[in-house]
Design a protein around this ligand. Structure first.
Ligand SMILES: *[C@@H]1O[C@H](CO)[C@@H](O)[C@H](O)[C@H]1NC(C)=O
Ligand SMILES: *[C@@H]1O[C@H](CO)[C@@H](O)[C@H](O)[C@H]1NC(C)=O
Ligand SMILES: *[C@@H]1O[C@H](CO)[C@@H](O)[C@H](O)[C@H]1NC(C)=O
Ligand SMILES: *[C@@H]1O[C@H](CO)[C@@H](O)[C@H](O)[C@H]1NC(C)=O
Ligand SMILES: *[C@@H]1O[C@H](CO)[C@@H](O)[C@H](O)[C@H]1NC(C)=O
Ligand SMILES: *[C@@H]1O[C@H](CO)[C@@H](O)[C@H](O)[C@H]1NC(C)=O
Length: 435
């Protein structure tokens, strides 16, 4: 009896040991983390992932609405695991590619025959070109939400090659763009399917920010965490017409749109033509999107002028003196009578009232005004002209130090409001690895 028990116990121990060792070998992360650094000369948000065999760090511009990862394959691309995607393969259909290419040169990464192609898009200069679809190893750090853990590799990560000229306009040292948009091969969905975790990701921009792939909690020093209970949610909309520089007919936009129903400044409604705030389903024109490639929020001309007027009026009511404008901004003020608060300068609060009119995205001083000199601050919004495709493009400066979670399965955006309110910042993720 006792022997039988002992045998059963040993068997149990043995199978436990097997489970543990195989679990270590096939470690499955519940989330991943990549760093963001703001390039001060271009205001672009950059990230680094490791790619190829052997792995090398690849610096990329972060493009929230970008369709996929694209990198320059013409220069310095060396890898023993590079594989072009053959025409008609499952990879080509996952990527939505219908073209099949040839290359009149010796084969190398970016130049292979019988390979399907995509259209990598430099969304900063609005330049697009053809490039082959390929797979290679990509390695990033896993996370428990609070620190990075061990590195994990996706051995066949899909991306597009691009020629070197497509890098024009990107920060120096960069070799492509990391697209986090709504496609099957953008980073969030490829990572979620490689590791079977939730199709959610979170972006926290700052000079030293962070992107999480997977669900929260997302932790920031000292001891602040965000999860679905501490975020406010609003629906994400799909624009049925692509907003890329080049696309095929019928392709939806990969970008993230939200419903802004009105704008207020210190509680007063800004006069805006309401048709500008909705997406025209036929032309794809109008509406509000979120972008990390625009350094400041860009507003259609009439919205811009109305916001400036309201902001100037509300500033005057707070005894804030307007001074000469500094380009590219439309209204600047002396800091003389402006208090500093935890949420930045005490300037009028701008509210983007959402779909559900009871909810709004409040923009406080830290996100609304830019310090251009010692004594001058400017409203950090720019004029997008009379006929832009999208009426409101919420840009990087307005997003900084706000945690935004994109829940793709539920098609909703969770936002935190300014992290300064909880005495933390997007630079406060603890990047000390516990692996
Ligand atoms: C593609 O095929 C053509 C014609 O067979 C050949 O001349 C060319 O070298 C090939 N290119 C590559 C990259 O294999
Ligand atoms: C894990 O990745 C990080 C950055 O991506 C790198 O600095 C580190 O050396 C890697 N660690 C190992 C053990 O490869
Ligand atoms: C939507 O766009 C189409 C095509 O440009 C146009 O004909 C139509 O009038 C627009 N609809 C509205 C409601 O503006
Ligand atoms: C201007 O500001 C005053 C004081 O806040 C407010 O009562 C008034 O409605 C504002 N006017 C406009 C057009 O926003
Ligand atoms: C308004 O600002 C002026 C200086 O520009 C100052 O002298 C005055 O006291 C301020 N008034 C209020 C009510 O804050
Ligand atoms: C960051 O994480 C490391 C590893 O867990 C920990 O030792 C360190 O104390 C943390 N840093 C701070 C400032 O809490």
């Amino acid at each position: 009896m006792a022997q039988k028990l002992l045998a059963a116990f040993l068997l149990l121990l043995f199978s436990f040991a097997i489970t543990v060792s195989s679990a270590q070998k096939s470690f499955r992360p519940k989330a991943l983390v990549i760093p963001i650094k703001k390039d001060t000369s271009t205001n672009q948000y950059l990230t680094t992932i490791r790619q190829r065999t052997p792995l090398v760090p690849v610096s990329l511009v972060l493009d929230l609405g970008g369709q996929f990862l694209w990198v320059d394959c013409d220069k310095n691309y060396v890898s023993s695991t590079y594989r072009p995607a053959r025409c008609g393969s499952a990879q080509c259909s996952l990527a939505g590619s219908t073209s099949c290419g040839t290359c009149n040169a010796p084969p190398r990464p970016g130049c292979n025959n019988n390979t399907c192609g995509l259209i990598p898009d430099n969304t900063i200069t609005h330049t697009a070109t053809g490039g082959e679809l390929a797979e290679d190893a990509v390695s990033v750090q896993s996370t428990n939400g609070f620190n990075p853990g061990q590195n994990v590799t996706v051995s066949r990560f899909l991306f597009s090659c691009a020629p070197t000229f497509l890098l024009k306009g990107l920060a120096s040292g960069v070799s492509g763009m990391a697209g986090l948009g709504r496609t099957k091969i953008a980073l969030p969905t490829q990572f979620a399917s490689a590791f079977s975790f939730a199709r959610k990701f979170a972006v926290c921009l700052s000079s030293n920010g962070v992107v999480f792939f997977g669900d929260g909690p997302y932790g920031f020093l000292p001891n602040v965490e965000y999860d679905s209970k501490s975020l406010t949610y609003t629906p994400l909309f799909i624009n049925p017409v692509s907003t890329a520089s080049a696309y095929s007919q019928g392709e939806p936009s990969a970008e993230y749109f939200i419903g802004v129903s009105s704008i207020k400044v210190d509680q007063n409604v800004v006069k805006v033509k309401s048709s500008l705030l909705t997406i025209n389903k036929t032309s794809g024109v109008g509406g509000t999107k979120i972008s990390t490639v625009n350094p400041y929020t860009v507003l259609e001309d009439s919205i811009f002028n109305a916001l400036v007027k309201s902001f100037v009026n509300a500033s005057a009511a707070r005894n804030i003196t307007r001074v000469a404008s500094v380009k590219p901004f439309g209204a600047c003020f002396s800091t003389e009578n402006v208090f500093s608060t935890r949420l930045g300068y005490a300037v009028p609060t701008i509210e983007l009232v959402l779909e559900n009119a009871k909810l709004s995205w409040s923009i406080f001083g830290a996100n609304s005004v830019v310090q251009v000199s010692d004594k001058v601050i400017c409203l950090g919004f720019v004029n997008g002209g009379k006929n832009p495709t999208t009426s409101i493009v919420i840009g990087g400066y307005q997003l900084e130090n706000n945690l935004l979670q994109f829940d793709l399965a539920a098609s909703r955006l969770g936002f935190s409001s300014l992290l300064f309110g909880r005495q933390t910042t997007c630079s406060n993720f603890n990047f000390t690895s516990t692996a």
